[in-house]
Ligand binder design. Sequence first.
Ligand code: EPU
Length: 419
Amino acid sequence: MSKYIINGGIKLKGKIRISGNKNSILPCMAATLLTEEEVVLHNVPHISDVEIFCQILQTLGAEVTWTDHTVKIISKKITESVLPKELASKLRASILLVGALISRLGKAEFSHPGGDVIGRRGIDQHLMGFEELGCRVQVQDNKYKVTKISNSNSNAKIFFEICTVTGTENLILASVLKAGQVTIKNAACEPHVVDLCKMLTLMGAKIEGIGTSTLKINGVNKLKGAEFTIGSDYIEFGTYAIAAAITGGEIEIENCCDFDEDPIMWPLLKMGLLIKKQGEMAKVSVKKLKAIPHLVTNVWPGFPTDLMSPMVVLATQAKGVSLLHDWIYDGRMFFVDKLIAMGAEITVADPHRVLVYGPTKLRGRNLETPDIRAGMALVLASLVAEGQSVIDRAELIERGYEGVVEKLTLLGADIQKLD
Ligand code: EPU
């Protein structure tokens, strides 16, 4: 277990570089199982979720080499169709290997995937989709076995009752190879879904409607190797922009490319952040923070749930009352008790909605990280709080954010990590 020790109250200043998107790299790594040829991925973030994913791929038989921010994967001999239980239980994205293994081997076995505890995280839509593709799904004692019965269920139609990110990615992975024609409706179109489709297209997949909610896939017989650069992490961009704003600082953020910034930018601008973007560089400062009357998360291009926890911290420093609403996860808002303990004035209306009254002075506390995003929100709160905060279970934050201590130190923050 590691902890961060943060002495708050310093205005952040300086320049940092945004890393590759965690939620892009994991599906793209799963896609490397679809070819025997080498796949090279650039702009890979150094985060523990990627380390675990590399280990799972190795267990399945892939050769993985990771140097600096580049990962090379050769999946020449893949014979193992059972996901290693302990490793797979560490992250939700391990479920993506099921779609990839169905394409590659026609079968996969796994236990219910793990990941952040932010509410119910069902996989019924994934299983429904596999059945539509002609797979038999057997479930016993939380263990799943998916077996492809027919090799080309031509003209499969999948309609997602719930718009699901990994569900969409999983069904794309299961459809691009030897699956006839597949139409996916109410598909998620987050930038990471687009990254996966672009990479698969480079590998020779036939996908129409990329970036929209209807995807038409024509399964091909073989996919080839490719070289692909992972898009920038727009959640990380939003997080550091908030860090600059709440501390009254002024920072420059490099590598802000390859994402449509509107869903992130509009609430930040509305709350008083000044963001000047020029090419891949953004300058962030603040004049006066003001509350946002109602911010609600949505599927892309709506405001992303993964930035909601940092937004709660931003609202504690903004003048007025903000109503923040996340309907996607039952437990996203559960961390606000820790902000209240730091001095924030927050009314929990119900599990999905909080009213934040600002601005309030926060005081440093001993805190524990509940999940990646709430953990990073606690880091933000500690940066603006008076006195010292100690954040336990910091390793959870590092599942999704690269070089937190290094980047914040570059910006002048007083932060140390103890292992
Ligand atoms: N859902 C179901 N059944 C399903 C699939 C989803 O009920 O079969 C529900 C979930 O329980 C949830 C909602 O639908 O309430 C949305 O879930 P979705 O499947 O879209 O989420 P996910 O694919 O599990 C990904 C990201 C999350 C991000 C969400 C929403 C990855 C690896 N994870 O999760 O990222 O919050 O999409 O955008 O891509 C994070 O990065 O911290 C993180 C949690």
